[in-house]
Design a binder for this molecule. Sequence first.
Ligand code: MET
Ligand SMILES: [Zn+2]
Length: 767
Amino acid sequence: MVKSAVLGFPRIGPNRELKKVTESYWNGKVTVDDLFKVGKELRAQNWKLQKDAGVDIIPSNDFSYYDHVLDLSLLFNVIPDRYTKYQLSPIDTLFAMGRGLQRKATETEKAVDVTALEMVKWFDSNYHYVRPTFSHSTQFKLNGQKPVDEFLEAKELGIQTRPVLVGPVSFLYLGKADKDSLDLEPLSLLEKLLPLYVEILQKLAAAGATEVQLDEPTLVLDLPKEVQAAVKTAYTFLGNQAGLPKITLATYFGTVVPNLDALKELPIAGFHFDFIRAAEQFDDVASIIGANQTLSVGIVDGRNIWKNDFAKSSEFVQKAISKLGAERVIVATSSSLLHTPVDLNNENKLNAELKNYFSFATQKLEEVVVIAKNVSGQDVSAALEANAKSVAAKASSTFINDPAVQQRVASIDKKMSTRAAPFGERLAEQEKAFNLPLFPTTTIGSFPQTKDIRINRNKFTKGTISAEEYEQFINSEIEKVIRFQEEIDLDVLVHGEPERNDMVQYFGEQLKGYAFTTNGWVQSYGSRYVRPPIIVGDLSRPKAMSVKESVYAQSLTKKLVKGMLTGPITCLRWSFPRVDVDQKTQALQLALALRDEVNDLEAAGIRVIQVDEPAIREGLPLRAGAERSDYQQWAAEAFRVATSGVANKTQIHSHFCYSDLDPNHIKALDADVVSIEFSKKDDANYIAEFKDYPNHIGLGLFDIHSPRVPSKEEFITKIETILKTYPAEKFWVNPDCGLKTRGWEETRLSLTNMVNAAKYFREQYKK
Ligand code: MET
Ligand SMILES: [Zn+2]
C-alpha cells in the first residue's frame, strides 16, 4: 500500500482564528492562556482533519504562533542578548524577536524597547521568515521542547504524527551574523548545532516518534561547495546516531540536481522532492535513492490552488513505483500547504464552475489520499471520474479561453515593446514640456488610508451608500490630497489612491479573467495574511480602470498629476497564476490590458504615468541560468509593452521596493524615472551600483514603515551622501514607498522636511 503524506498544513485556522487571538493578545485583550487555548484547538482541528481525510503521514510542529523558523531559533536558544535582557516569557520573547516590542514601564514591569529581527521572503514565496541571527555569544542549548510537546499533544488525541523541523544546514544558511559579530560565518556553527538536533530527535524518539521530516529547501539554490559539504556532514552525522526517529530529508520549490552529490549515500531513511516545480529532476534523483530508502513524491501542489489531475499524477507516481517498488514510494504535497488557503468550502460567492477547478489545503488532503489509493490498486473510480470530468471541462471552459486575447498576444512585436525614441530625446521633450526644477519632489502614490476611507469603502461594498455617494466621497478625498500636496509644495502630485483596497486586487477586480475569494487567506508573515486573487483565464480590460480618478485629480490643479498603475509582473506575482499556460503569456496579457490603460490615461491628458513593479525582484528564479535570464527578458518586455504606447513627451515612472535590486535588471525596463526603496539600505556600495544607471532615479529618502519623522537636516545629509556618487541632474526626491499605512500628521511633517531639503539643494546648485 502506497502511503500519503502532507508536509505541513496552514496554521491560521479556517476563519483566521490565529490572527484574531494573537492580535488580541498583543493588545492586552486576552490572556496568554486564551492564546494557547486557541493554538491547541487549531492544532487538534488540523490533525483530525488530516486523519479523517485518510492521510497516512501527518505533520506536527508545523504550527507556530509567528513563524516556524523563529520557533527553531527559540528552541536552540539563538536569541540575541538584546531580547534576553528583559527576561520576557518564551512566547513574549518570540513575539519581540518577530515584531519588536515597545512597552512603557509599569509598577510591576520594566520598560522594553527592542526592534524586530530581520524578516525575509521564504524563497520565491510570499511567506516571510524571521532570520536566525547568530553571534559569537550565542549559547546553543535546548530551550523548551516545542516539537516534543506538540507530538505528545497529537498522540494524546490518538494521532501519530511526523514532526517537521527545518534542517540544520538551511537553519544556518538562511540565517545571518548579528551586528556585533559580522565576521561570524553561520555555517561554521554546524558542529555546535548538530548535537542539539540529536538531543531533540532523541527526545522525540523517547516520546514515541518513529519518523521526522527535516526540511532543507536551500538545496534548490545554487550552493557553494562548502554548503553542499555541510549537507553531507550533517546528515551523515545524524543518520549514524543510534536511536533517532527515521529521517526524511525534504526539499521543495525547485530542482536539487545541481546539488545531488551532497545527497548520495546518506544514511537516512528517505527523501522528499518537489515534482510540481521540477518534474524533470525525476530520473536524476531516483538514481541516488539507496536500496532501502524511500522516495516521497511531491505531486500535489503546495503553492497553488488548482485541482490536481489524478490521471497525470498517478502516472507519474507509477513511474516511481516501477523503479522502487510500492513500499518505498510515498505520495505527498509538493511543499507545506502553508502557502494555500485553508478550505474551498468556505467560499460561498465563488462561481460554481470555477469552484470545480480549485482545490485549497483541505481539498488537497483528499488529493494525496486518492492518488495514493489509486496507485495502490484500490477502487477510487468515482473520484477519478469526477476529476477527469473537471479536468476536461476546464480545458474547454469559456471562462478560461478568449481567442481574441490569445491573438493579440501573438501579435506583439518589437515596435510594441519599444518607446518611439531613446531616453535622451524623450527627456529633452519632457523637460521642455514640464519645466520641473532640479531635485523634483514627488511621492509614490498612496496617502494615508484613514479609518474614514475604510468605513466608506465597506459601506459601498455592502450597499449602504450608493455609487454616486461613494464617488463623491472619493472625490473629496482626492481633493484633500491635491490641496495638501500643493500646500507643502511638492512638484509632481498624485491622487492618493483612496479608492484602492489593494494595489493588485483593485485592478484584478476590473479585469476579465480574474476570480476572487472571500476567505482565501494565506499567511504572509506573523499575523499578516493576504488574499491573492486567482488568474483563471485569458486576461483583458473591458473598460478604463483608473482614468476617472486621475483626470479628476488633474482637473483640480495646474501642477502635474502622475497616473498610477500596478505593473504586469506585480499583478502576476501577487496572484495565484494559471498553470495551463506559462507565466510569460500571463504577464503579456496583463501588459496589454495595462497598455490600453496607459494609453487612455495619456489620451485623457495625464502626462506622467507610474507603473509600479515592487514584485519584479521576487519573481527572479532561484537559480542562475536560462530560466532566470528568460525571466529577466520577459519581465522587462511585459513592462515595456505596457508603457511603450505613449508619446515621447509622456513621462513613464516605475517604482520598486522590498528588494535587493540589480540596476541592470531595471535598465531593460527603460522607464524615464524610477524610484527605489533605499532608506534601510543606505550604503555607499548600493548607491555606487546605480552610478551608471542611465535614466533618472529617486532613491527613497525615508522609511514609510515607521512613524518616525526625519528632520530636514537628516534629509540633507542623506542627499549629500547620494550626491557624492549620483549626479544632481538625475536626482528625484521621494519617500521609499506609498504612505497608505501612515498617519496624516507624520506624513505632513516628513514630506515638508523632504521638500525643504530639496529646496536647499536647488539653492546650492543654482548657476
Ligand atoms: C508596494 S509598492 C506601493 C506602490 C503604490 N503606488 C503605493 O503608493 O502604495
Ligand atoms: Zn513600494
